[in-house]
Design a protein. Structure first.
Length: 643
């Protein structure tokens, strides 16, 4: 029993340091994980905790656990002592704001001398946490933001300002909901941790395995079934964990070896897994928790965001599944003999009840419950269904592990949103955010496509390596205003930057999801990333369609929505075939080029309802060309390559 308890709270068998030290830190980490879980669930269900207090306590507890764990992994004693000291120091802001809340309100959040010292400690702890959980880029952004706020008076021209001292920075960044404890931290405590907890519980009770087996049952008997199963199961799992990298390491250990055994190359197997794992970031209901952030920032109901994201996400999945099927045909790959509808039927009948928590989540939200209350009730549903069978019961130690694993998974996100809060607070304080948007508009001039390309490039650069929600948050503040000033609907602007903020998961030089998949498949990392881009090209193209076909985001009349869907499906499917170079038979280069040209004519870059002669001729010519080319390709006898 003692050994199981040590495993649950995270005490590993290695003894690089004093066993007592490891025991104390592990118990501290697990205890804070339980406390954070209780705090989040209580705040989510009852909503009786003031926003500033809830966010401050949440960050203090998460940061303390993280810094203690980082300290345990350091080698020299003096480094460990520093991190343990920071773990204690970072607890002070949360308790200070809790104890002094009414006093802070009465003095209008004006800082006092004691507050200044607490703020300095908070910044040091934050920078240390960000450095070792997210990396140097965000640390540099925080330091630059603070330096700009302090030394802005030295900058000439419109980008300079009068400068802000430590008292003003303390008031804005720590004693209000404009800095570290701003909207990003609110989303982290109210949504990100809660939905990560739900995802962790579902994985623990076996819902993830149900997804995998259902995907195998649906697609396993098709040509190249293991690849289809990998794409579908990774997509489904991604909808509940929202992290492309976590998805790869969770499902890839099973799907990548299976694909390699049935004939997929190591590079292609890793690319399929990476492209599929990144689908969960753009599919409702969670979208890496960015859906909730977007709803808060734009000021629309969450349901509208989820509905708008549904069609583009499904287009990505359909194009990816088609690409995998075409690749299997091109390579002449086998089917999965152990899969099929018998497996699907057996999975649904024996373990289908494990999907009840997810169905409950959707049902509660449609019934009008807030997402947070719906998530809490779904957690309860998950605990209830877990007791039905002995192999899904998790017990007290299992619950401790779920709490601990959730804390580990969300710690980089919490660190990132805290850092983003500092940057956003400084941008709002100095007015630089609006000036950056103006700079993009100045460079782009009056050409909307130049501005879109600039925005896409900047979004890609700023989003590299960041968690889904953190990437979106920075871009929503820095870049989205440039698009809204062009007259685009807010949801179009925010979805555009959201997509380009995420493509770095499969795009070099970062490509974290592709590199993680390559580490499992044994293939070259950059080659895997290039293949993942080819398979997941929709992520790069469909954001531009938001501008010309807003019906994809459920904007406009019913006819506009349907027409946008049909044209997008036809054009993207044709491009997928052109990139694969195979449809029943190998396609010649000329045929592939003609397919690509016809597809782009169908996706003609103007409003989908435009009735000018050039637009109509282009789209009709594209559709006619696709019909002729596809008929020509399918009329030839299929290549006999099945083994």
């Amino acid at each position: 029993m003692f050994d199981k308890l040590m495993e649950a709270i995270g005490l590993t068998p290695e003894r690089e340091h004093n066993p007592t030290e490891r025991f104390v830190v592990s118990v501290w980490f697990a205890g804070l994980a339980i406390a954070i879980t209780a705090l989040v669930i209580y705040g989510a269900y009852f909503g009786l905790i003031t926003a500033l207090i809830l966010r401050a306590e949440f960050f203090s507890l998460v940061a303390s656990a993280g810094l203690a764990a980082i300290g345990l992994r350091r080698g020299p004693l003096w480094q460990r002592v520093i991190f343990y000291a920071l773990a204690a120091i970072v607890l002070i802001p949360g308790f200070h704001i809790h104890a002094s809340y009414m006093d802070i309100v009465m003095r209008g959040a004006m800082s006092r001398p004691a507050d200044l010292w607490i703020f300095v400690g908070l910044m040091l702890a934050l920078i240390a946490l960000v450095r070792f959980t997210v990396g140097w880029p965000l640390v540099i952004m925080v330091v630059v933001a603070l330096g700009y706020a302090w030394f802005g008076y030295l900058i000439p021209g419109q980008y300079g300002h009068s400068g802000y001292d430590l008292r003003r920075l303390t008031s804005t960044l720590m004693l209000s909901t404009e800095g570290v404890y701003g909207v990003p931290m609110g989303v982290a405590v109210e949504y990100i941790f809660l939905f990560s907890l739900l995802g962790g519980l579902l994985m623990k009770i076996g819902t993830g395995e149900v997804f995998v087996d259902m995907a195998r049952g649906l697609t396993g008997r098709m040509r190249g079934g293991p690849g289809m199963s990998a794409a579908l199961s990774s997509t489904l799992l991604g909808t509940i964990n929202g992290s492309a990298v976590a998805n790869v390491v969770t499902t890839g250990t099973f799907t990548i070896p299976l694909m390699k055994r049935t004939g997929y190359t190591a590079t292609l197997a890793g690319a399929i897994e990476a492209a599929a794992s990144s689908a969960g970031q753009i599919l409702p209901p969670v979208m890496g928790a960015a859906a909730f952030l977007m709803a808060e920032i734009i000021g629309v109901p969450y349901g509208q965001i989820a509905l708008a994201a549904l069609v583009p996400g499904l287009l990505y999945v359909v194009a990816l599944m088609l690409a995998v099927w075409l690749e299997a045909g091109r390579l002449g790959l086998e089917r999965d003999p152990s899969a099929g509808f018998a497996l699907l039927r057996d999975t649904v009948l024996r373990r289908g009840y494990l999907l009840i928590p997810l169905l409950a989540l959707i049902g509660f939200m449609f019934a009008g419950y807030t997402p947070t209350r719906a998530a809490v009730l779904s957690l309860v549903a998950g605990l209830i269904v877990s007791v039905f069978r002995a192999d899904t019961r998790i017990g007290v130690l299992g619950l401790i592990q779920v709490c601990r694993d959730t804390l580990v998974s969300v710690m980089p996100i919490v660190a990132a949103v805290a850092a983003a809060g500092v940057v956003i607070g400084v941008l709002n304080l100095t007015g630089l955010g609006l000036m950056l948007s103006g700079l993009i508009l100045d460079v782009g001039g009056q050409n909307i496509w130049v501005i879109l390309l600039l925005t896409a490039f900047v979004s890609f650069i700023l989003g590299m390596g960041l968690p889904t929600s953190a990437a979106y948050l920075l871009l929503a503040v820095l870049i989205a205003p440039a698009l809204t000033q062009l007259g685009l609907p807010p949801i179009v602007s925010h979805m555009f930057i959201f997509y380009f903020g995420l493509v770095s998961a499969i795009t070099p030089p970062v490509a974290l999801a592709a590199y993680a998949a390559a580490s499992i498949s044994g293939a070259d990392a950059n080659a895997t990333a290039v293949e993942a881009i080819r398979l997941g090209f929709v992520k790069l193209l469909v954001p531009f369609l938001f501008v010309t076909m807003p019906g994809l985001l459920m904007l406009g009349s019913g006819a506009q929505i349907v027409l946008s869907m049909l044209l997008s499906l036809a054009g993207l499917s044709a491009l997928t075939v052109a990139f694969a170079g195979w449809l029943w038979r190998p396609l010649r280069m000329g045929e592939r080029l003609l397919l690509a040209v016809c597809a782009m004519l169908v996706l003609w870059p103007t409003d989908v309802t435009a009735t000018d002669t050039v637009t109509l001729i282009a789209r009709l010519a594209g559709l006619a060309g696709l019909a002729v080319l596809l008929r020509r390709a399918s009329s030839a006898p299929p290549r006999q390559t099945e083994r």
